[in-house]
Design a protein around this ligand. Structure first.
Ligand SMILES: [Zn+2]
Length: 86
């Protein structure tokens, strides 16, 4: 039975497992352990914009970056690279 190929470099890893959404979900769970809460109006539902790493409040359309205030803020590196390095 052949072993699955394991990626050796970070870019390879990112191609191999392009699952940033899982990372974003993890970050969101850290930020809002009890679920999303809009910092402006307190509403508890949001649209997720994974490409922009934003949560947008369904009530007032306020956009929250889940990476704001973390080392991941403004990083152009894939979130997965950070997770992989951690
Ligand atoms: Zn809101």
């Amino acid at each position: 039975m052949p072993r699955p190929t394991y990626p050796r470099t970070v870019p390879e890893f990112n191609r191999f497992s392009p699952d940033e959404q899982a990372c974003l979900g993890y970050l969101a769970a850290c930020r809002w352990p009890d679920g999303f809460r809009c910092p402006r109006c307190g509403y508890d539902e949001a649209f997720v914009l994974p490409r922009r790493r934003l949560w947008q409040c369904k009530s007032c359309a306020y956009q929250v970056s889940v990476t704001a205030g973390t080392i991941l803020h403004r990083t152009r590196t894939s979130l997965l690279s950070w997770f992989w390095a951690a």
